[in-house]
Design a binder for this molecule. Structure first.
Ligand SMILES: Cc1cc2nc3c(=O)[nH]c(=O)nc-3n(C[C@H](O)[C@H](O)[C@H](O)COP(=O)(O)OP(=O)(O)OC[C@H]3O[C@@H](n4cnc5c(N)ncnc54)[C@H](O)[C@@H]3O)c2cc1C
Length: 378
């Protein structure tokens, strides 16, 4: 391809939800790009996601850094508004449905849960709290749940959505290349810019940032069990349920039940740090079996649902970074990072992509070729 053009051009590395959304937001700003991904949907983490929009910090993978959390809250609300509009497009696979969070203690007894609930009540549509939500909709009233709140949340059918995103990218005339980029981006910046005719490089490589940005990232391995939700063996489920853990350092006792698109339910969750193998399932791994037990104990009617005969379990590696998301332009370079979204990459996708596009547009408007010292720090 001949890259010479008057238009400013970006190289976007990564074809997951972060990379494709970023390419679309750049396009909306009049900035063309080439998306380069080693792997594409359905062979990427973005397809595995339970894909429930969650107020930060999400139930899987806590972050406590205040600056980073404040930015996350802005990102997730930008995404919420975008997903609301996408829910009107049937081909996009986006739904806005109710989600109810249940607690084993009064929310007021836990400052973390109280703060989170108050923020949700102030920001998120459809908020309602009350004990009437316990024992509602077939939830087991005998498992020690004493408090609950509900709100509306986007839920994404990732198989449909990732395909749709890629179609949107292609329809926008954005070039898409299947290829692996090797080595440290900083060392290879000039060569990559020349090869792709790029003025900036946007790094949306998820766990790939270990190599490309020399990051000490690691996976938080997760798995979802998939049930058939066609209304034949049990009433069709159209809302999500979560039981958060009381001890915020444990991620292994979560109940996560989310309707997926028109005819599936996904059950979760586990979050296993630094576990790289995806060869785990219902028959060879106890923590996956326990997901099924926890979720069916919580919502007994799920026992009647058929486990997806074709794909009973999906396993993926959340791209986790101790400092939370790295959305940062590197001073004195033309590189901007957008990776490390952990268990919230779908939730943050439109917020982060919008911010990246703004930063790139500002750079181009300023006539500079490298990001200055005002780069945002994650
Ligand atoms: C079980 C599970 C449940 C989850 N539930 C939720 C949820 O409910 N809500 C939510 O918001 N999020 C959830 N997530 C998290 C979400 O899936 C991730 O945060 C998100 O998918 C990250 O997207 P990404 O585009 O950054 O990375 P990825 O989807 O991993 O994509 C990375 C892309 O970069 C490419 N790449 C990497 N290295 C290179 C290289 N060297 N050269 C070229 N290309 C490269 C890859 O090939 C790929 O195309 C969940 C994840 C899991 C595993």
């Amino acid at each position: 391809m001949n890259y010479s053009s008057d238009k400013l051009h970006a190289l976007v590395i990564g074809a997951g939800v972060s990379g494709l959304t970023t390419a679309l937001c750049l396009h909306e700003r009049g900035i063309t790009s080439t998306v380069v991904g080693e792997k594409f949907s359905p062979h990427i983490t973005s397809n595995v996601a339970g894909a429930l929009w969650e107020w930060p910090p999400a139930v899987c993978g806590y972050h406590h850094d205040e600056i980073s959390l404040a930015r996350s809250k802005a990102w997730c609300m930008t995404s919420f508004r975008k997903f609301e509009t996408l829910a009107a497009i049937p081909e996009a696979g986006v739904y806005v449905r109710s989600v109810t969070f249940y607690f084993r203690n009064l929310i007021e007894e836990n400052e973390f849960h109280l703060t989170k609930m108050n923020e949700i009540e102030a920001q998120v549509p459809g908020f309602v709290r009350g004990t009437h939500l316990i024992g509602d909709n077939g939830v087991n009233p005998h498992i020690g749940l004493i408090d609950a709140y509900r709100h509306l949340a986007p839920m994404v059918d990732t198989d449909v959505y990732m395909k749709w995103l890629l179609q949107r990218v292609r329809a926008a005339g954005i070039e898409v290349v299947a290829r692996r980029i090797a080595g440290d981006l900083h060392d290879n910046e000039a060569a990559l810019k020349q090869e792709f005719g790029a003025d900036v490089i946007v790094n949306c490589s998820g766990l790939g940032a270990r190599e490309l940005a020399g990051e000490s990232m690691y996976p938080l391995r997760g798995a979802v069990i998939r049930l058939v939700n066609d209304g034949t063996r049990m009433p069709k489920l159209t809302q999500a349920f979560c039981v958060s853990h009381d001890n915020v350092t444990s991620d292994q006792d979560i109940v996560f039940i989310v309707p997926r698109g028109e005819n599936r339910i996904v059950l979760g969750a586990i979050a296993e740090a630094d576990q790289w193998s995806t060869d785990i399932g219902l028959h060879n791994y106890e923590p996956v079996r326990r997901i099924y037990e926890r979720c069916t104990e919580f919502l007994p009617m799920l026992k009647d649902a058929e486990i997806d005969p074709v794909e009973p379990v999906r396993v993926g590696l959340r791209p986790f970074r101790k400092g939370n998301v790295r959305l940062e332009a590197v001073t004195g370079t033309s590189i901007i990072h957008n990776y490390g979204h952990g268990g919230a990459g779908v939730t943050f996708s439109w917020g982060c992509a919008t911010e990246v596009a703004e930063r790139v547009a500002e750079l181009f408007d300023s006539g500079e070729t490298q990001f200055g010292a005002c780069a945002l720090v994650a």
